[in-house]
Write a protein that binds this ligand. Structure first.
Ligand SMILES: Nc1ncnc2c1ncn2[C@@H]1O[C@H](COP(=O)(O)OP(=O)(O)O)[C@@H](O)[C@H]1O
Ligand SMILES: [Mg+2]
Length: 403
């Protein structure tokens, strides 16, 4: 093997990132994948992979010690040049592994800002970004004082989960203390914050050398917590370009990316627009491509595939200049619902604007796109009604990531 061929190790505890791995291979890199036993039969891009390694999960996730043992063993015969985490839960593990092997890239300190909701809150507040008032679940005096200064409902949420898992809205002091007490020794892994009622937005960003190369803002239909906990049809739509809100969000997103210190890659960052004052509050950030088919949504609206662009960035040399492909300024909307039917029949959905169809058992999903935002909004509204009639069902919220 020629020594100038580089090797990238991808870590993913979720079935995703196929385009990322393919693009790395296209760029002449050897691609290794570390994933979980449970995903042995998943649709991995075997043609682009040099090798796949599987680890068992403990308490629903890969354990850093197991990763370190496994990859250090592998490193006896492999020169690993880059390590990339494809899913949220893998971000801190990849960082821990980089620190251990002294591989360059995001280390523990920066990874914290993209994974730990307490760390990102505190950092954002320090640099003057508007955040919901918050407190660590640690010191009882401080918690009582916080309760005294804020009105209910309050949010109790885990620092290190994703997908609205474990996020709870509490409506009284008794309810809150009961929830805290139920956490037992897990308490310090939680924070409490002011409930900001309003619409939720996401800005998805491509970063190279600490610079934002591209960002696009979308607006969720119902807030993600409502979708996950109460069962709702999930939607998101591209925001009107150059609108006041879009400009504000892009500016705030830039402050967040800079404050957290993302050197390169992709960020999916969320904001809430408070009903009461119309102002935006920072909700959370991450160093990854947004889940729930947001990559497909963005590609529909802009022509840019975030997985592919991320792979280009990770496999570039430091002196290369990142050049963004040509951008389309169109509008797109996504709609996804759990379906009562194993194979829901969407053959009556025939509008020309349909760009993508979800192929997943017990799910119905579509992406529409158009040059005209009003048309996208109209179709998403119409389909939302139709989805409730044709497919919608809900199931109890998980308290652990999907398995
Ligand atoms: N302070 C808050 N005020 C209002 N809603 C919140 C607040 N924190 C979380 N939520 C709701 O819970 C969802 C999940 O919370 P978030 O912090 O984004 O964690 P994650 O998406 O990683 O589970 C949000 O999209 C929003 O709907
Ligand atoms: Mg979120």
């Amino acid at each position: 093997m020629a020594s100038d061929i580089k090797t990238i190790l991808c870590i993913s505890s979720y079935e995703k990132g196929q385009e990322f791995m393919r693009q790395c291979k296209k760029n002449g890199w050897r691609v290794l994948l570390l994933t979980v036993e449970r995903l042995r039969d998943a649709g991995w891009p075997h043609d682009s992979l040099e090798n796949i390694f599987y680890l068992p999960e403990k308490e629903g996730e890969m354990n850093l010690k197991d990763i370190i043992y496994g990859v250090s063993y592998l490193a006896r015969s492999e020169q690993i040049d880059r390590i990339v985490a494809l899913d949220d839960y893998d971000v801190e593990k990849a960082a821990g592994l980089r620190e251990h092997l002294r591989v360059p890239g995001m280390g523990d300190t920066t990874a914290r800002y993209f994974r730990d909701k307490l760390a990102m809150r505190a950092r954002a507040k320090d640099v003057g970004i508007k955040v919901p008032d918050f407190i660590h679940v640690l010191n009882y005096n401080k918690i009582n004082k916080f309760i005294g200064q804020n009105s209910f409902p309050l949010i109790l949420k885990p620092r290190l989960h994703a997908g609205s898992i474990g996020v709870n809205k509490l409506s009284s002091t008794d309810e809150l203390w009961e929830a805290i007490n139920n956490l037992g020794d897990e308490q310090s892994f939680y924070l409490i914050e002011q409930f900001i009622e309003g619409d939720v937005f996401h800005v998805d960003t491509i970063v190279h050398n600490y610079e934002i190369k591209f960002a696009v803002a979308h607006e969720y239909g119902k807030p993600p917590m409502e979708v996950a906990h109460e069962g709702r049809v999930f939607t998101s739509k591209t925001m009107l370009r150059q609108s006041e809100d879009e400009k504000k969000l892009n500016a705030m997103n830039e402050l967040v990316i800079k404050a957290m210190g993302l050197k390169q890659g992709i960020s999916h960052t969320e904001f809430i627009k408070y009903n009461k004052n119309g102002e935006f509050y920072f909700l959370e950030t991450s160093a990854r491509v947004g889940g729930a088919n947001i990559a497909e949504l963005i590609e529909a609206a802009t022509g840019i595939n975030y997985w592919t662009e991320w792979a280009k960035i990770e496999t570039m040399s430091d002196i290369d200049e990142y050049i963004l492909p040509e951008i389309k300024n169109e509008y797109a909307g996504i709609i996804i619902s759990l379906a009562r039917q194993e194979y829901p029949d969407l053959s009556s959905y025939t509008d020309n604007e349909i760009y993508w169809r979800l192929n997943k058992k017990h799910h119905a999903g579509l992406i529409v796109k158009s040059e005209n935002k009003n048309r996208v909004d109209e179709l998403i509204d119409l389909y939302t009604q139709k989805f409730y009639n044709d497919f919608f069902t809900s199931q109890p919220m998980r308290d652990k990531p999907a398995s």
